[in-house]
Design a protein around this ligand. Sequence first.
Ligand code: HEC
Length: 101
Amino acid sequence: MKKYFFLLMLAAATAQAAPFAKGNTNNGKKLFAKYECSNCHERKMGGDGSAIFTRPNRKVHDAGELIPQIKFCSGIVGAKLSAQEEQDLAAYLNQTYYQFK
Ligand code: HEC
């Protein structure tokens, strides 16, 4: 019993430490498609554009830099994202590419 309690506490601690825990990754994925976020990234990087998130000289180095970059890019396309939508996009990009803990 004690052992399970320990595992439960560990799981809870890990979940809390995850950045963008309030972000909805599924909605982030939808927003990414809706605003055609890959559009410019494709032109810059080729392929499906996702290499922009994994390139060695990428701009985003920690969780704190992701939201400002999302604000910047969505600003260019005139997307008016809510704070929640920014979190959703960040959660999606973090889960799929960055994997900041
Ligand atoms: C108008 C063109 C354009 C659109 C549309 C665009 N981006 Fe970008 N994005 C860029 C460019 C250019 C860079 C690379 C900036 C650099 O290398 O200095 C970039 C880089 C990024 C990065 C950082 C990648 C790294 O180096 O770590 C993120 C995150 C990002 N974009 C998210 C988004 C999201 C989310 C959307 C959709 C809301 C979006 N972008 C739409 C042009 C665009």
